[in-house]
Design a protein around this ligand. Structure first.
Ligand code: ADP
Length: 523
């Protein structure tokens, strides 16, 4: 494992005492956790790939509301602390609830968990950072279930944190950056910015654009402010929905399927956000690796053949769903069948033949607006498992998909991991998520997982495919792959950072963006 990230600036004992006193004055003594407090240990990455000391926070503070949060910011400015915000702290696979730097103060927003509004007529909710998908789904169910929640496969996380990390779900509302509408953020100096203020009070969460500069995106994956609420547009429960699975008989049919589906994607007939999973990724819902093949090393071809036969899976498995009235769904099935017929050996399956199929059940729930925790069963693939995720975006193109998949498989196998991957299909792009499933807290496997992610990052960058979401340990590397020419993009971001947070209080190093006082980090 490479060198630990730089630690937050150290403070002397007397200043530390004063800083803790100021934080306690801001939120009450029960909500500040210092180094002698066991609760501080919970601010870690449950799926760590580095020794805990590398990212051990100095303290944690949990404000209950905006007023307390502003007092925390005041204390941080005065005592020169750096704050690392967390909403529900479930950024699993990308660094979890750890900070980027040892010595940071965790700003835990879980106590700010009001569902401020649910508007059933116009189908949206307004939520605070601590609201999880499970919380929101429970509220919507209580109201009669007329609105769906689009949950990630990790529903103890929440809409606000997920939007900020450009996360996705699996219903037609699955691109979370597009269903967010209006937000409130607090800047490092305590200024509260409401992006709905520009002449759209009555359409705050209905229409994304006011007048003039549109700032919502400024707070997405950045360290320009602390987001304290967002509007989330919700999908009205459709008249019906029908989940499906397409299995592919040959590895190389991946390209042909992608080509066959592109016309549907481009003109909006590919409903929702279908997910195309590799064999090991799909099989892991129902079996463990040891059950498939004893010993180490990637799955052999004969094991794959047996898995496919026993579980009626494919080399690739497309989980999707169709939505609407029965007649509309029937028409969509016809189009899907037509596309699938273009791929020899591809088969279309529906729920009636997938009873007892754990992967199908989990994906059908998620695509049907019901949060499911079953995704975590896939980590049992290696016993007590953990995961590390690498995400890249590619064009919706068969050759690109096949080439990327070949590289990702080769890298995973070279490091002793099975090829667990999924393509998430959007209208014009494919999001490839490669999941490294490794034995939790086992040093050698943590190192191998880290090396796999590093190799994937380098190989994909050399192919010209960017990564839209980076693990904490790879944020600088990922940012570097986006460097072009005079690097005007990053320099513009640094200029914004200097204006909005000149002191560098908020999340230093987030997305590779360092405050000015870390001059050695600025390239
Ligand atoms: P989730 O709620 O989805 O579990 P996390 O709390 O793990 O999300 O946060 C994911 C990342 O997003 C964190 O590493 C942090 O950098 C950033 N983040 C989380 N909440 C906020 C917030 N309210 N304001 C600004 N950045 C945040």
């Amino acid at each position: 494992v490479k060198a630990a990230p730089p630690a937050a600036p150290a403070i002397d004992a007397a200043s530390a005492k004063r800083a803790l006193a100021a934080l306690r004055a801001a939120v009450g003594k029960d909500w500040v956790f210092a180094s002698d407090d066991a609760a501080l240990d919970t601010y870690r990455d449950a799926y760590a790939i580095a020794p805990p000391a590398d990212t051990r926070p100095w303290a944690a503070v949990a404000p209950a509301n905006l007023k307390q949060l502003r007092k925390v910011l005041e204390a941080a400015r005065r005592h020169k602390l750096t704050l690392w915000p967390l909403s529900t702290g479930r950024n699993l696979g990308y660094g979890g609830a750890a900070p980027r730097q040892a010595g940071a103060v965790m700003l835990d927003l879980k106590r700010m968990k009001r569902i401020i509004e649910v508007n059933e007529t116009l189908a949206y909710a307004v939520v605070e950072p601590g609201v999880s998908y499970l919380d929101l789904a429970a509220r919507l169910a209580k109201l009669g279930g007329r609105l769906w929640v689009d949950s990630t496969a990790s529903p103890w996380g929440g809409p606000l944190g997920n939007f900020l990390e450009r996360g996705v779900g699996y219903t037609p509302y699955g691109q979370h950056a597009e269903t967010q509408c209006g937000l409130e953020a607090v800047l490092a100096d305590g200024t509260v910015v409401d992006t709905t203020a520009n002449g759209r009070a009555k359409t705050a969460h209905l229409y994304r654009y006011g007048h003039g500069a549109w700032l919502d995106g400024l707070f997405n994956q950045s360290n320009f402010g602390i987001v304290t609420r967002i509007g989330v547009q919700l999908m009205p429960a459709p008249a019906g929905y029908r989940p499906y699975l397409v299995t592919l008989a040959a590895e190389d049919d991946l390209g042909a399927l992608v080509e066959a589906l592109r016309p549907l994607g481009l003109d909006g007939r590919l409903a929702g956000r279908p997910t195309l999973m590799s064999l090991a990724r799909a099989a892991a819902y129902g079996v463990t690796r040891a059950e498939c093949q004893p010993g180490s090393g990637p799955l052999r071809a004969d094991t794959e053949t047996r898995l496919i036969a026993e579980h009626a899976l494919g080399h690739w498995n497309l989980y999707g769903a169709l939505y609407g009235a029965e007649a509309v769904i029937d028409a969509s099935v016809g189009e899907l069948e037509h596309a699938v017929r273009a791929v020899p050996g591809a088969r279309l399956h529906f729920a009636a033949t997938r009873a007892g199929d754990a992967a199908f059940q989990c994906r059908a729930a998620l695509m049907g607006g019901t949060p499911s925790m079953d995704e975590y069963r896939t980590l049992d693939w290696v016993g007590a498992g953990a995961h590390l995720d690498f995400t890249a975006v590619l064009p919706f193109d068969g050759d690109a998909a096949r080439a990327a998949s070949r590289v990702a498989r080769e890298v995973c196998h070279a490091h002793g991991f099975d090829y667990c991957a999924e393509f998430q299909l959007e209208a014009r792009a494919l999001r490839l998520e490669v999941r490294v499933v490794f034995e939790r807290d086992v040093g050698a496997r943590q190192c191998a997982a880290h090396a796999t992610l590093a190799a994937l990052g380098a190989r994909f960058a050399s192919m010209g495919h960017g990564s839209p979401r980076a693990h904490l340990a790879f944020m600088d590397d990922t940012a570097a792959t986006f460097k072009r020419g005079d690097d005007a993009l990053m320099r513009s971001c640094e200029a914004v950072k200097d204006v909005l947070d000149g002191q560098g209080v908020l999340a230093p190093g987030k997305s590779g963006l360092w405050p000015g006082r870390y001059t050695h980090r600025r390239k």
